[in-house]
Design a protein around this ligand. Sequence first.
Ligand SMILES: [Fe+2]
Ligand SMILES: [Fe+2]
Length: 170
Amino acid sequence: MNGNQQAADLLISHHAEMVSSLRERAQALVAAAERGVALTADKRAFLAYVHEILVPHALAEEKTLYPAAAQRPQLSALVHSMITEHRRILSLFETIQHSDDSVFVAAYATALFVLFEVHATKENEEILPPLRDDPTCNLAQLVEAMHRAIPQHTAVETQAESQITKEEIG
Ligand SMILES: [Fe+2]
Ligand SMILES: [Fe+2]
C-alpha cells in the first residue's frame, strides 16, 4: 500500500470515528428530550466534542487539505462549498450553545450531525480520491501537516473524552 493510500485511509477512518461519536452524542440529546429530562451533561458532551474535535479538524483542513484540493479546477467549487458547510456547522454549534430548550437543542444537534455526516462523506468520496490517485500529490505530507495544524491534537482529544466520561458518570 503506498503512502497516499495510507493517508487517505487514515483520514477516512478518522471521519468514521467522528461521525459515530457525534451520532452517539446527538442520539443522547434526542433520548433525553424524549424523556423530558434536563440536558445539561449531554449538551455539554455534544458541544465539547464539536468544539474540541470537529472545529479544530475543520480549521486544519482549511489550512492544508482544502487549498491543495482547490488548486484543481474540477475541485475548486466543491472546496468552496465545503468551507461554507464548515461555517454552517459552526453556526449550528452556536445556536445549540445559546438554547436551553431540550427539543430545540436535540433537533439542532441532529441537524449538525447529519450535515457533518454528509460533509465527511463528500470529503471521503470526492475530495480524497483525486488527491490520493495523483502521483504528483503527496497526500501523506498533507495529512501530516493537518495534524500539525491541530495544536496538541491527542492531548485535546483525550482531555475532551475524559471530560465527557466524567460528565456521563457524574
Ligand atoms: Fe471538512
Ligand atoms: Fe474532514
